[in-house]
Ligand binder design. Structure first.
Ligand SMILES: Cc1cc2nc3c(=O)[nH]c(=O)nc-3n(C[C@H](O)[C@H](O)[C@H](O)COP(=O)(O)OP(=O)(O)OC[C@H]3O[C@@H](n4cnc5c(N)ncnc54)[C@H](O)[C@@H]3O)c2cc1C
Length: 355
């Protein structure tokens, strides 16, 4: 059924905010912006666009840094009215998850699951990005060292294709065979796909569609940057919120010490991660600041030591019972790698307080 009440506008004043994002790139233009409120509305727009061969650009919350949502003609499909959180599922077996529409920000999602004692582990820095867009960009963040990027935490994805088909993709279903062939069943059509065969780099990257032997179809769509369809429903995996965090910004008088420190922490963390002992080194964040970054930051923060040549920001989850052991280990390692200890900053936070 055609929804003639759907909000849509040709007014340049309404369109203009959608011609930019955090990249500050210019030159975008479009004829119309539309605000679908449900899947039927999205299908209606895509059917129309297909019939008239009009390009469609999907817009999230406009925090992208590469201009991906900036249109070059046609229709802007804003996802902002497609809804947010639907359900948080707490399970005694440990399989916790949330089901959400695309238009919830990371900040809102994290706050809602936190009230249930849960955490959505990928932690992209930009808290105002929509979850739909962070799936589209396979966003990662500071905690990616421990938890990987968004991809690892998406269990199910509902996608509307330009054909108007709805795909309901669950991880582990619609799996490619050895030759990279996948059969997909949409609400209107069945699709036979032959995935491109190219090696993809390890780690976080934005180099073409994700393809790997034996992959689930869901992974083709994660990171597809709005080119394959509109995500309307997402199921994300959640973990129990840690009891607290120990974090620090440690300064070094020599750059080499910071590199050796980072290398050591990285190897220790990877080694200890599987051991399931609570008081070992297991960083979730390791971020490096070189001397130029510190120089830049010194102009706004006078407490950065003048003799610091580099710094590392780390964060580790802690258990209240064993936190002393864990923090002692960190201080031992700091001494071993000549951290400027009395000038470095440390913070311990628990669900109750922060010191
Ligand atoms: C200060 C700052 C820090 C940042 N930190 C990080 C970071 O730590 N990690 C990181 O990865 N990125 C980071 N970014 C980049 C940006 O926040 C992410 O790319 C984010 O996912 C974009 O979300 P958005 O809602 O603003 O989407 P937009 O910028 O509006 O869109 C991004 C892309 O997603 C597509 N899209 C949006 N919604 C949908 C949907 N429902 N279905 C299909 N496609 C869709 C769009 O077409 C576009 O290609 C940062 C940006 C800023 C400004």
């Amino acid at each position: 059924m055609v929804n003639s009440n759907m909000l849509r506008s040709h007014d340049p004043n309404v369109i203009n905010p959608y011609l930019k994002d955090a990249s500050n790139l210019s030159g975008g233009y479009a004829d119309e912006v539309v605000f679908p409120e449900n899947e039927d509305d999205v299908i209606q727009i895509l059917d129309e666009a297909c019939r008239t061969r009009t390009p469609v650009t999907i817009a999230g919350n406009g925090t992208g840094l590469v201009g991906a949502r900036i249109p070059l003609g046609g229709i802007i499909l804003s996802t902002e009215k497609l809804g947010g959180l639907k359900e948080i599922h707490l399970s005694s077996t440990g399989h916790n998850y949330a089901v959400t529409g695309p238009a919830i920000t990371h900040k809102e999602l994290q706050k809602a699951v936190s009230l249930k004692g849960l955490l959505y582990p990928p932690d992209p820095t930009e808290q105002n990005a929509f979850i739909g867009a962070s799936v589209a960009t396979n966003a990662s963040g500071a905690r990616t060292f421990k938890y990987g990027s968004t991809r690892n935490w998406i269990r199910r994805l509902k996608v509307i294709l330009s054909t108007g088909d709805i795909l309901d993709l669950r991880r582990g279903e619609f799996v490619a065979n050895k030759k990279g062939h996948i059969a997909l069943k949409g609400s209107r059509n069945t699709f036979e796909l032959n995935l491109p065969q190219y090696p993809i780099p390890e780690g976080k990257h934005s180099c073409g569609y994700y393809v790997t032997p034996g992959m689930s179809a869901i992974d083709l769509f994660i990171g597809s940057e709005g080119t394959l369809g509109v995500f309307t429903e997402i199921e994300v995996e959640l973990i129990h919120k840690p009891e607290g965090y120990f974090s620090g910004i440690v300064f070094f008088g020599r750059e080499e010490d910071a590199w050796r420190f980072a290398d050591f922490i990285k190897n220790e963390s990877l080694k200890n991660r599987t051991s399931n002992i609570n008081d070992t080194i297991d960083a979730c964040v390791i971020e490096y600041f070189d001397c130029n970054s510190l120089k830049l930051l010194s102009s706004i923060n006078q407490q950065i030591p003048k003799n610091a040549m580099s710094a590392i920001f780390f964060e580790q989850e802690i258990h209240i019972k064993t936190k002393k052991k864990t923090t002692d280990k960190w201080f031992q390692i700091c001494r071993k790698f000549d951290v400027l200890l009395n000038k470095s900053w440390f913070c311990e936070s628990s669900n109750e307080n922060t010191e």
